[in-house]
Design a protein around this ligand. Structure first.
Ligand code: MN
Length: 240
């Protein structure tokens, strides 16, 4: 059976009044999973107490956490700094539930951009709220050109991502202004850019992976990046 990969949706607000709400996700996440032998299912962002997340996770073989807004700083014990971006708190809470249930049931997680950040926060790590105002000498991590192309290099330590892509240095795109500060307990840093910014984390059991760049924007035209999706689908298959 092809493994079923749940892709966590974002919420879109129309009218500026937060009344008209829609779930959405970039097509590239789903395309990459489908091209890699998985079955992509979109996961709605449910906020009721009775949301059946446990049953949803039970039926999945792996979970992708997607890009988006900044996690609320109080979730990692900080006050909001001036450089903090938009926060969608109900999304934080829903994804934290999804993460905790996936970790309990040992379902692999691939967190991308915000997905890596909320994965880290959910499991006890912290973030830089705003790279430009908090990390002296940091590169430009919010590239202004087309985000399907690489912008800066990263150096990879041995682990899931390095093995999947088969490189120890990689050119990646970059559209983030936050990054992991302290990795969550049980996680190690497996990639950084040369300015010290953390670009990947992996759990010691190899099941929970976070990457700060957007592989899905690259794998639509770059097969070498698709290897990451293929490795994740394969890991999800094994954990069935
Ligand atoms: Mn970056």
């Amino acid at each position: 059976m092809r493994p079923v990969i749940g892709i966590a949706c974002s919420k879109m607000f129309f009218s500026g009044n937060h009344l008209d709400q829609f779930f959405y996700v970039s097509h590239a996440y789903a395309e990459g999973i489908a091209r890699s032998g998985g079955i992509p299912y979109l996961l709605p962002l449910l906020s009721s107490e009775e949301a059946p997340y446990a049953d949803m996770v039970e039926r999945l073989d792996g979970v992708i956490l997607t890009g988006g807004e900044d996690p609320a700083p109080h979730l990692y014990g900080e006050q909001p700094l001036p450089g903090l971006g938009e926060v969608v708190y109900e999304r934080d809470l829903a994804e934290i539930k999804l993460i905790q249930l996936s970790v309990e049931r040992k379902k692999p997680i691939l967190g991308i951009c915000r997905g890596m950040q909320i994965l880290n926060v959910a499991l006890g790590g912290t973030l830089y709220q705003d790279i430009p105002s908090q990390i002296a000498g940091a590169y430009q991590h919010a590239q202004r050109g087309s985000r399907q192309y690489g912008a800066h290099t990263i150096r990879l330590e041995p682990g899931f991502v390095a093995e999947a892509i088969g490189k120890n240095e990689l050119l990646v795109n970059s559209s983030h202004h936050q990054s992991v500060k302290d990795a969550a307990p049980g996680f190690r840093v497996t990639a950084r850019s040369d300015d010290g910014v953390i670009e990947a984390i992996e759990s010691e059991n190899g099941l929970f992976i976070g990457v700060q760049w957007h592989p899905e924007r690259m794998w639509m035209h770059d097969d070498s990046m698709l290897k990451l999706a293929a490795a994740f689908v394969q890991a999800s298959q094994k954990s069935e």
